[in-house]
Ligand binder design. Structure first.
Ligand code: CS2
Length: 489
């Protein structure tokens, strides 16, 4: 079959390959009830898919306007195809493809700020959802407070009507909103207490701009915590070609992800909300146990697979799982060290959850690159590894696999090369400062001490000397023999 040149659009829906599911409802009847900030693949494969089920069920209030804050490409690709895109769920040989119609608009904020602010201020909007990644909140990861030295925040405090940051955009929209129009903001990023954290940061930001707004955020706006889960690799030229063959049309915003999906949301909204529970979300009074379980077991193990995988020259998470040493290390890290730090949410079998995670990581149909998961480690490690490590050390427990993971990350940052001597692409704005400290130290012990003194990553509380010694031993093993020496030891 020759590759199709037809681009996915409203007019081309009828011509899609037969097995592809498509919106059966009238998209022109949708209202915009949701504004989403962070128009990456994750939102489109997760919250938008839950919302799509409600639209298909006849509740027309919840069309979505998506906003990109930094990257113009998603909004451009989506605008060229009437904001339609496909999601294919793949595991092994099985695949299910549907076209999602929930998106009504896509804005690139730097070019459309008045429209973004107006969308948040519109009384018909009663939900803002967010996937802006951990670094999108201008938070000092160690103190948890708003980072007033962040250049974006400094810009926005001086120019609150033309903001650049997530907090600045939210505050500008909320300020223009009538006080009596209730709204909820649902943070969908991988952070513990994500809604509570956002409320604190938004209040801290708003109190510098407008005291009344700060009070409204504190008292009137729903900011539920939520736990989101679905493995959604970034698209590649290959995944776009694969999707085009399946659709019979080009979709430059196509997503290929895993079938698994989970969303646990704290039932603490202000004003109307979509009945996401009808689409499989769990609404509950306490999300924290779910967040801790997911952040530590899934994301914690994912990061370890990413750094060990990068050092071994392994391109994808499933390659890393198949590698004898790296795969065994990841299993022990999850099942022995991290599992011991997790209290199961009511009715949960944590061992079964771990088994399912390991199967998901092995999904051979996904090209989930270790380089993608390795990004932004200075933001992720303080959420995924350090709380478990601190709690364990304080209670007198060693976590040998977690310590090896931490040493591997430090070595990855300092060496910038895999064991095969290929240069690694490290994408993390916080990495150079940490890498400099590690590199300029005289020996492994001094390097570990200098790294742990980076309070923005490791916090201000001192670390036990025996722990520092163990990390230093691991680092010298890594310097001498690479990751295989560390994992083989
Ligand atoms: C991953 C997550 O890139 C990463 O850091 O650990 O994006 C992970 O795939 C999702 O949280 C799964 O829900």
């Amino acid at each position: 079959m020759s590759p199709s040149k037809t681009r996915l659009s409203q007019a081309s829906l009828a011509a899609l390959n037969g097995a592809v599911e498509r919106p059966a409802y009238d998209r022109s009847q949708l209202a915009t009830g949701i504004v989403h900030l962070g128009l990456g693949a994750f939102h489109r494969a997760h919250q938008a898919v839950y919302t799509e089920a409600l639209l298909a069920g006849g509740d027309k209030r919840w069309g979505i306007v998506g906003v990109s804050l930094r990257d113009p490409r998603p909004a451009e690709a989506l605008a060229a195809q009437d904001h339609l895109y496909s999601v294919t769920e793949r595991h092994g040989e099985s695949a299910r493809t549907r076209v999602v119609g929930a998106l009504r608009g896509a804005l690139f904020a730097p070019r459309a700020m008045p429209a973004v602010i107006a969308a948040i201020a519109d009384p018909a909007t009663s939900i803002v959802t967010l996937t802006v990644t951990e670094k999108g909140y201008s938070q000092n990861p160690a103190t948890g407070e708003l980072d007033l030295a962040d250049p974006g925040i400094r810009h926005d405090l001086l120019n609150p009507d033309t903001p650049q940051t997530t907090l600045g955009v939210l505050a500008a929209g909320l300020r223009r909103r009538a006080a009596g129009a209730p709204i909820s903001i649902v943070c969908c990023d991988n952070m513990a207490g994500n809604g509570d954290t956002l409320r604190k940061l938004l209040v801290q930001y708003a109190s510098q701009v407008d005291a009344t707004l700060a009070r409204r955020i504190e008292c009137d706006i729903g900011l539920p915590n939520s736990m989101v889960d679905r493995i959604v690799p970034a698209a590649t030229p290959d995944s776009l070609d694969w999707a085009a063959a399946r659709l019979g049309q080009r979709d430059e915003a196509a997503i290929v992800c895993e079938p698994f999906t989970q969303w646990v949301i704290e039932d603490r909204f202000s004003g109307p909300r979509p009945a996401w529970e009808d689409a499989g979300a769990v609404l509950t009074s306490d999300v924290r146990p779910y967040q801790a379980m997911k952040l530590r077991l899934l994301n914690g193990t994912h990061s370890a697979l990413a750094y060990a995988g990068q050092l071994c020259g392994l391109e994808t998470v499933s390659d890393a799982m198949q590698h004898p040493q790296v795969g065994a290390f990841a299993r022990r890290l999850m099942l022995e060290d991290l599992r011991a730090t997790v209290a199961a949410p009511a009715g949960y079998d944590v061992l079964a959850y771990c088994g399912e995670l390991l199967t998901r990581f092995q999904n051979p149909a996904l090209a989930h690159r270790t380089q993608q998961v390795a990004m932004d480690g200075t933001q992720k490690v303080p959420v995924r590894w350090l709380p478990a490590l601190r709690e364990s050390l304080a209670a007198g427990f060693e976590r040998p696999q977690l310590e090896r993971a931490l040493a591997a990350w430090l070595h990855y940052l300092a060496s910038g090369r895999s064991d095969l001597c290929t240069a690694l692409v490290i994408s993390d704005p916080g990495a150079p400062a940490l890498a400099d400290k590690l590199r300029s130290a005289a020996d492994p012990r001094a390097a570990v001490q200098a790294a742990l003194a980076q309070t923005a990553v490791f916090g201000a509380d001192p670390w036990p000397t025996a722990f520092v010694d163990r990390l230093a031993t691991h680092l010298s093993t890594l310097r001498r023999g690479g990751i295989s020496a560390l994992l083989g030891a």
